[in-house]
Design a protein around this ligand. Structure first.
Ligand SMILES: [Zn+2]
Length: 389
């Protein structure tokens, strides 16, 4: 693990109220497809000798030799020469361990494609994967023209423009709440805090810290937090010493007083209320629609954390990540990576597994130093895998 260069932390200056502060932009943990190294593969191409036959050749070659693995390529390109220009066309994907050069003319003839309308086949290096980002598109286009349909949302994520200044303040506020909760953990080794928030109301639903040393080995801060949400929905797997204060479920003694202090101290940012905004209100969940009838409540409830966001000081492990997935969390914000067990960027990227039936967004690097300092034994820095495109 290496320390991420400070310039990569994407700090921008921001003026808030009467004080200057550094704003840390939450960085997204994207699927590997967005961040992978650029790769090329070989394909056969040829000059088109008679340009008037270009359309017909494209049609015939698309029928005879469709580009199954290289569907992102444009079939032809125009190469400017000193006096004129040449149109080149992709003839065939180059099969692995099979050089078709000698039989290509024969194959073209078999598909009623006259070889004399084409120049001598040659090998070109083209982009192996379809471009998903503008950066990938730029690199791919240097090799051979490619199709690219820009995902505006992903582009905003990559540019670090997804969150407004006010939204970042809110993200920091909830992470600060998680940091303070972590200080209640029963062991310095597992000083981890978690907060689950309803982004529609900016209200914390549950606040927890790690209990694995004095409670149960599975009571990681995130697991406890999810169970506290369940307590608020008249369920819960564990008998936690907890209670609700103003709609926020939190562990009681010995830290009730401190949790209340945490809530009060992080709510002091009046500028947030003045702007009357939230991290995002696109979620459709309304936790206040519950009735007094317990059975009716159970039937009408969505999954435990539908539409909710999680803030946690340390990257969740596989168990916690799967619990978040099963409870249908909407977004996860974490402070520092766990390069040993981290399942949302370091060791694994569970949230990007296409075979799973729920996906959530993951952002990291919020109050990173504060979160890491909670864990003196934790190795410093982020792993290389955790990076944006
Ligand atoms: Zn865990």
């Amino acid at each position: 693990m290496t320390e991420e260069p400070s310039e990569k932390k994407a700090r921008v200056e921001e003026f808030t109220g009467s004080c200057q502060r550094n704003k840390v932009i939450p960085r997204a943990v994207l699927a590997d497809e967005y961040t992978r190294q650029f790769e090329t593969v070989e394909a056969f191409a040829a000059n088109i000798e008679n340009k008037t036959q270009t359309s017909e050749l494209i049609r015939k070659l698309n029928d005879a030799f469709p580009l199954k693995k290289l569907g992102h390529l444009k079939r032809v390109r125009c190469v400017k020469t000193e006096k004129d220009s040449v149109i080149q066309i992709i003839l065939h994907e180059k099969e692995q361990d099979l050089d078709l050069r000698n039989t290509l003319v024969e194959q073209l003839e078999q598909h009623n494609i006259k070889a004399d309308s084409l120049g001598q086949p040659f090998v070109v290096h083209v982009a192996k994967h379809p471009p998903l980002t503008r950066n990938q598109f730029t690199k791919a286009s240097v090799c051979w023209p490619v199709n690219f349909h820009e995902d505006k949302y992903i582009s905003k994520v990559i540019r670090g423009e997804l969150f407004s200044d006010i939204e970042v303040l809110l993200i920091e506020k909830f992470m600060r709440m998680a940091v303070k909760a972590a200080q209640n953990s029963d062991s310095e080794e597992f000083a981890v805090g978690a907060v689950i928030v309803n982004p529609q109301t900016d209200h914390p639903i549950a606040i927890s810290h790690d209990l694995r040393c004095t409670g149960h080995p599975l009571q990681h801060a995130v697991m406890v937090c999810i169970d506290l949400v369940a307590h608020g929905q008249h369920a819960g797997a564990w008998e936690l010493n907890c209670q609700a204060t103003d709609g926020t479920w939190a562990l009681k003694e010995p830290n009730k007083q401190q949790i209340e202090q945490n809530l009060n101290s992080v709510d002091c940012n009046t500028c947030l209320h003045e702007h009357n905004t939230s991290v995002s209100r696109s979620s459709s969940r309304d936790p206040h629609k519950f009735t007094n009838n317990v059975e009716e409540k159970k039937e009408s409830l969505p999954y435990l954390c539908t539409g909710y966001d999680l803030y946690t000081t340390r990257e969740p492990c596989v168990m916690c990540a799967m619990a978040l997935l099963h409870s249908r969390i909407r977004r996860v914000f974490y402070g520092c990576a766990d390069n040993v067990q981290g399942a949302l960027g370091s060791r694994y990227k569970i949230h990007t597994q296409t075979g799973l039936n729920h996906h959530f967004e993951v952002f990291y690097g919020i109050l990173e130093d504060d979160c890491r300092h909670l864990l003196p034994n934790c190795e410093k820095g982020f792993v290389e895998k955790v990076k944006t495109a």
